[in-house]
Design a binder for this molecule. Structure first.
Ligand code: A2P
Length: 339
């Protein structure tokens, strides 16, 4: 019973996490098809007591009979093969940025804007976009506060993990760490500069306004998800040598006053959010604490001393990039289709 599911990019970091999330959440499926590039076609993968052969996405009929296609193989693959999946009446849950800003495509965080999915149903081809990982992690914590006091302006600084650049980037971080400790020159294949023992501006292309694409995704996607074209968002996105969870410092300016104790209560009640905020023990969210976890963690919750009348808050958020930032959010979207 359940839908027939295809995973596009099944051999990648997010593709592999889709499988773990499907198991962890007991996601029902009738059949499963694992798709990747011709490089991986024929590779055998075992999952839930069965052996699967990875199939070439480019082979004809790749989406025949597929109800839900979870895509995570990059924007160009989504642009090329997403429409073919839709033509086969599949609902595509796309992890890339290819369709996020298309006005016809819902951009969904299930805890935040499930209503955007209203017109999507199984059996009718459609694309649903998974937001950018930094946007998801930020809005999981910022949205409940926004609902209460309305965010006028949000200033974000990210500390982003290797996983956002894929499995090969995670391998590069490990390899470089060993190389540098051994006194060797680090191998730079994925990133153009040394990643181990360093931080650098996010590798997304830098645009004419000086922001990089990752930063502008946070600006534009927040407006779309909140359905608020006026909210002011600015971001600085940085890569740090962390394996799989992002951290974000978020400064919020509100229309209405919001004191930190009320904010803490709101966040305590928010689904998918855990508070780690022990000032006495200096225990606050870390990427390692949230790795392999579903919830995003929020701490350093404090009034912004530069704002009058409790109109500002500082918070620090960590979330697993592969999980809530990608695979978990996509599987939650798929679960909404089953209701
Ligand atoms: P493959 O392993 O065959 O290259 P990651 O985000 O970890 O880098 O993973 C990317 C995923 O997307 C992998 O599963 C990869 O498959 C897949 N992929 C990349 N390019 C293509 C393509 N042109 N066609 C199909 N799958 C692709």
């Amino acid at each position: 019973d359940g839908p027939s599911v295809a995973i596009v990019g099944a051999t990648g970091a997010v593709g592999q996490e889709f499988l773990r999330v499907i198991t962890d959440r007991d996601f029902p499926y009738r059949s499963l098809r694992l798709l990747a590039s011709e490089r991986s076609a024929g590779k055998r993968l075992s999952f839930e007591d069965r052996e699967y052969t990875v199939q070439d996405l480019a082979a004809p009929g790749a989406f025949d009979g597929v109800d839900i296609a979870l895509f995570s193989a990059g924007g160009s693959v989504s642009r090329k093969y997403g429409p073919a999946a839709v033509a086969s009446d599949a609902v595509v849950v796309d992890n890339s940025s290819a369709f996020r800003m298309d006005p016809e495509v819902p951009l969904v965080i299930p805890e935040v804007n499930p209503e955007a999915m209203a017109n999507v149903r199984l059996g009718k081809g459609a694309i649903v976009a998974n937001p950018n990982c930094s946007t998801i992690i930020c809005l999981m914590a910022a949205t409940p506060l926004h609902r209460h006091a309305k965010v006028l302006r949000m200033v974000v600084s990210t500390y982003q993990a290797a996983s956002g650049a894929g499995a090969a980037a995670m391998e590069e971080l490990k390899l470089q760490t060993q190389e540098v400790l051994a006194g060797k020159a680090p191998t730079c294949n994925i990133f153009s500069q040394q990643y181990a023992f360093n931080i650098f501006s996010h590798n997304a292309p830098v645009l004419e306004n000086g922001y990089n694409e990752e930063e502008m995704k946070m600006v534009k996607e927040t407006r779309k998800i909140w359905n608020d074209k006026d909210v002011r968002v600015t971001a600085t996105c940085i890569r740090v040598p962390v394996m799989r969870a992002h951290a974000e410092s978020v400064n919020l300016q509100f229309e209405k006053p919001l004191d930190e104790n009320t904010a803490r209560e709101i966040l305590r009640a928010a689904p998918g959010v855990t508070i780690i905020d022990d000032r006495a023990a200096n225990n606050f969210p870390t990427p390692l604490q949230v790795s392999d976890k579903d919830d995003v963690a929020v701490g350093r919750i404090r009034q912004d001393v530069s704002q009058d009348d409790n109109r500002g808050l500082e918070i620090f958020i960590c979330g697993d990039q592969i999980r809530k930032g990608a695979a978990l959010n996509a599987v939650q979207i798929a679960e909404m289709l089953l209701k």
